[in-house]
Design a protein around this ligand. Structure first.
Ligand SMILES: O=C1C[C@@](O)(C(=O)O)C[C@@H](O)[C@@H]1O
Length: 148
C-alpha cells in the first residue's frame, strides 16, 4: 500500500521566513508554512514530516529517509535550487514525485535564480505565489499521487 505521508523540505535560510527580506518573501513564518501544508494534506488524509536545514547533507539524508515511508516530496531548496547537483541526485535516487516551491517569482529575479536543478525532474512547480504556494503544491502533488 502506498504511504499516505509527504516529506516537506525547506532549505537554507527558510528558517528566517517572516523576517528575511519581507519585501521579497512576505511576513508569514516557516511555522505558518508547515501548518498550512499539514492542514491541506490532512484534509486529503496525508500526514506530513517537515524538515528545514541550512546544511545540504541534512537535507539529503532526509530525502533518502523519505524512501522508507513517504509517497512524495514538497521542496523549497532555497538557494540550493540554483547550485546543487547533489540535491538533484538525491531526489532522482529516491524516485519519488517532487513538488518544487518558491515563495518568490524566481523567473523575474536575478538571472542566476532562473536556472533550477530541480524543475525538470519535478512533477509540479509553483513559484511566486508567496507561502500559499506550498499548500497549492502539496495539493497538486496529492492529486498526482491519487491519479497514479
Ligand atoms: O532562498 C531562496 C528562496 C527561494 O527558493 C524562494 O522561496 O523564493 C528563491 C531562491 O532563489 C532563494 O535563494
Amino acid at each position: 500500500m502506498t504511504e499516505r505521508r509527504l516529506l516537506l523540505v525547506n532549505g537554507p535560510n527558510l528558517n528566517l521566513l517572516g523576517t528575511r527580506q519581507p519585501d521579497v518573501y512576505g511576513t508569514a513564518t516557516l511555522d505558518d508554512v508547515v501548518e498550512s501544508v499539514m492542514y491541506t494534506a490532512d484534509e486529503r488524509g496525508y500526514a506530513v514530516r517537515a524538515v528545514q536545514s541550512n546544511h545540504e547533507g541534512v537535507l539529503i539524508d532526509a530525502i533518502h529517509e523519505a524512501r522508507e515511508d513517504c509517497a512524495g516530496i514538497v521542496i523549497n531548496p532555497g538557494g540550493l535550487t540554483h547550485t546543487s547537483v547533489v540535491l538533484r541526485d538525491a531526489l532522482l535516487a529516491v524516485d519519488l514525485p517532487v513538488a518544487e516551491v518558491h515563495v518568490s517569482d524566481v523567473a523575474s529575479r536575478e538571472e542566476f535564480r532562473q536556472h533550477s536543478y530541480v524543475s525538470d525532474i519535478a512533477t509540479v512547480v509553483v513559484a511566486g505565489e508567496g507561502v500559499a504556494g506550498y499548500a497549492r503544491a502539496a495539493l497538486a502533488l496529492i492529486e498526482h499521487l491519487e491519479k497514479a
